[in-house]
Design a binder for this molecule. Structure first.
Ligand code: ATP
Length: 369
């Protein structure tokens, strides 16, 4: 069993910096879990505590059923892939991959079998006699992963392993690591600050900020049901649009109002407000770029949720187009069809898909719905 369990784990560095606070998480056997968050939020510290490279200040950490707080890194049955790969420059690829096993006195024939099998899996068999300096960045990255695979660990730890690769290779390696996880059937804990990497790779994602877990969920749930403004803004690119609005009741209906714009809030959403006293107050409304539409078909059916927008910038990406808009002094981004007729300088109509509206408390920044 290679589950990993955190019970109220905290890390305070000497000097008093609290890097991780009261971290509780159950990582299931064979799960691919991604820790994501902005720089300094405590991701690397969390991973290093699992590796045994940082002492745990408070709480308990289990790998399987075993409490590992005081277990040395080499006895934890984990393997870590670092951002800088940490390959030995004077050794061949083969020796780099074999080194850890030699130290453990694994028989030579067994080492050879494992190195060749990992090399085959990663398509680096033809590089086994080269030294790291004769490899491309992507190849070095594979060797670093290969060195972890040969250990046959219960848990793989990866700290931003793709950040030194160019954009195209990063996308390619993303898929390869996902496939590798499927093939190895082992627990992966993966750290990144890149939300796209997190969304595409993780079976579950842990969003962190300032040492605290904000939300743990599947990629789709994080996207659709963020628990607060931070998660809503962090997950998704371009990020969710936020607008301060007043919730105003008119007859049986509730509108989100800013300047002279009015967006009708669907009755189903109003009913779900945890606290009806939000009606009449100022809240933060969120809408994702793909839920703003400029097509006639939407505009026609959404007369009570349409605003006038000035087109500042049009970004054509081939498969989609981003419109950077100003609506009553607020900047919004819409992701629209590449056939959109909107041009820079135009004033156009934009319809909100009101079923996709999010609302946040202005003070606590927590989701209201
Ligand atoms: P990044 O994405 O920049 O690597 P991170 O989310 O991995 O960031 P950590 O490296 O875990 O964050 O750092 C969390 C906090 O702990 C930061 O405030 C950092 O400055 C602090 N910190 C990290 N290592 C040490 C250390 N050895 N001594 C003191 N403070 C540290």
């Amino acid at each position: 069993m290679a589950s990993v369990t955190f019970r109220n784990v905290s890390k305070v560095y000497p000097g008093g910096v609290t890097a991780v606070s009261n971290f509780n998480l159950d990582i299931a056997d064979k799960e691919f879990i991604v820790l994501v968050g902005p720089s300094g939020c405590g991701k690397t510290t969390t991973l290093r505590m699992v590796a045994g490279l940082e002492e745990i200040t408070e709480g308990e950490l289990y790998i399987g059923d075993r409490l590992v707080n005081d277990v040395a890194p080499k006895d934890r049955d984990i393997a870590m892939v670092f951002q800088n790969y940490a390959l030995y420059p004077h050794m061949t690829v083969y020796d780099n991959m074999a080194f850890g096993l030699k130290l453990r006195k694994v028989p030579k024939a067994e080492i050879d079998r494992r190195v060749r099998e990992a090399a085959r899996m990663l398509d680096i068999e033809h590089l086994l006699n080269r030294k790291p300096k004769a490899l491309s960045g992507g190849q070095r990255q594979r060797v670093a992963v290969g060195r972890a695979i040969v250990r046959e660990p219960k848990v793989f730890l990866m700290d931003e392993p793709l950040s030194n690769l160019d954009a195209k290779l990063r996308v390619q390696m993303r898929t390869e690591l996902t496939k590798l996880h499927q093939r190895l059937q082992t627990t992966f804990i993966y750290v990144t600050h890149d939300q796209t990497e997190a969304m595409t790779m993780g079976t579950r994602i842990v969003v962190m900020k300032d040492g605290f877990i904000q939300q743990v969920d599947t990629p789709q749930n994080l996207y659709d049901y963020p628990v607060n403004l931070f998660v809503a803004g962090f997950i998704g690119s371009p990020q969710m649009n936020f607008i301060n609005v007043h919730l105003v009741k008119e007859g049986d209906d509730v509108y989100a109002v800013f300047e002279d714009n009015k967006i009708k809030v669907p009755a189903g959403k109003v009913r779900k407000f945890k606290d009806p006293s939000y009606i009449g107050k100022e809240v933060i409304m969120g809408i994702r770029p793909e839920d703003l539409h400029d097509e006639e078909i939407f505009l026609a059916s959404a007369a009570d949720s349409t605003v006038k927008a000035h087109v500042d910038v049009v970004e054509l990406l081939g498969s989609e187009t981003y419109l950077y808009l100003t609506v009553s002094g607020r900047n919004l981004v819409a992701r629209v069809n590449p056939r959109s007729k909107a041009r820079v300088g135009d004033t156009i109509k934009i319809a909100f898909d009101t079923n996709k509206l999010h609302f946040f408390d202005k003070d606590t920044e927590e989701t209201i719905l």
